[in-house]
Design a binder for this molecule. Structure first.
Ligand code: OAD
Ligand code: ZN
Length: 290
């Protein structure tokens, strides 16, 4: 047999897929419950986008120039050095612009589409990468906002923006390899509101540490969570609130909760009804095909 580099990598992929093939008896039980569900909630975190090449926050590539995201994604850092915070978001925007939804995002979107007439599927994501939308998910709550939206710090206008780069001064900046912890970019060269009577500095439309989630979403969560029959909790470390509390609240309000995570379940981790270990791009298509 003649192994080329590509064929070796494709064999390796197949082996990975076999390795992660989830336990069939558990899977059958889960699918049986899912089939009967009228309302399904999908709660996703950074892990669902890992196989699209977007680094998770608490994984090995989670640091940017030795800083963890909470040191950049907060209002005080933006006040002190908006250039540095914009460099970080510029880096992530460019990375995500090149990323494509993976089989996990697609399985979720196709499930919603197939069941448009017999189930209400709601996706609540902590991710700001827009990959659920790109995959075709319609009923989506972006809990932490979206990096392809800007918000004016003066007039609060929110606009979609996928420009690459978002402004000329950010071109070629934001490399995580460089170790500079201040930015040379002047504030006047960062993105600004185009309204003639405003001109305020723009910021990414994402929820930062120390900020609260739009209170109108909470009314929506109450309804969605209280009526949910089956919840899929995918690729989240469940550290950041309020999302971290959702699985427990869902379970307490009578929903079946199934976790999907690449990590082995630790003896101290939360125990819900199901735990499917493996990359979600492998486990979700198996769990959501009818
Ligand atoms: P984390 O980086 O904290 O956790 C990612 C989770 O995904 C971990 O539990 C991993 O084990 C799991 N994981 C990694 N690769 C996976 C794969 N291929 N398949 C399945 N699971 C995988 O990310 P989040 O929990 O999303 O907030 O982090 C929550 C929030 O913290 C983020 O939204 C962000 C961050 O700071 C803000 O920016 C406000
Ligand atoms: Zn403005």
């Amino acid at each position: 047999m003649n192994f080329t580099k590509n064929s070796i990598s494709s064999h390796r992929k197949t082996l990975n897929y076999l390795f992660y093939s989830i336990k069939q008896d558990e899977l059958a039980k889960f699918k049986h419950l899912l089939k009967a569900a009228k309302q399904v909630v999908v709660l996703s975190g950074a892990g669902i986008s890992a196989e699209s090449g977007v680094p998770t926050f608490r994984g090995p590539d989670g640091l940017w120039r030795k800083l963890d995201p909470s040191m950049l994604a907060n209002p005080a850092s933006f006040r002190d050095d908006p250039g540095l915070v914009w460099e970080f978001y510029h880096y992530r925007r460019e990375l995500v612009l090149r990323a494509k939804p993976n089989a996990g995002h697609i399985a979720v979107a196709e499930y919603e589409k197939r069941h448009a007439h017999d189930k209400l599927v709601t996706v609540i994501t902590q991710n700001v990468d827009g990959l659920h939308t790109q995959a075709g998910t319609k009923n989506l709550i972006e809990l932490h906002g979206n990096i392809f939206k800007t918000r004016c710090t003066k007039c609060n206008e929110v606009l979609e923006n996928t420009d690459s780069p978002i402004c000329p001064a950010l071109a070629g900046t934001g490399s995580p390899k460089c170790d500079k912890l201040t930015s040379d970019i002047r504030e006047k060269d960062l993105p600004h509101c185009k309204k003639p009577d405003c001109g305020g500095l723009l910021r990414p439309h994402v929820v930062w540490f120390g900020e609260t989630i739009d209170f109108r979403l909470f009314e929506k969560f109450d309804v969605v969570i209280s009526q949910c029959n089956v919840a899929l909790v995918i690729g989240t470390s469940s550290i950041v609130y309020p999302a971290a509390a959702f699985p427990t609240i869902l379970s307490a309000s009578g929903s079946i909760v199934a976790e999907f995570n690449i990590e082995k379940q630790s003896p101290t981790s939360r125990k819900f009804d199901f735990y499917f270990q493996g990359p979600s791009a492998v486990t979700l298509p198996q769990a959501l095909n009818d």
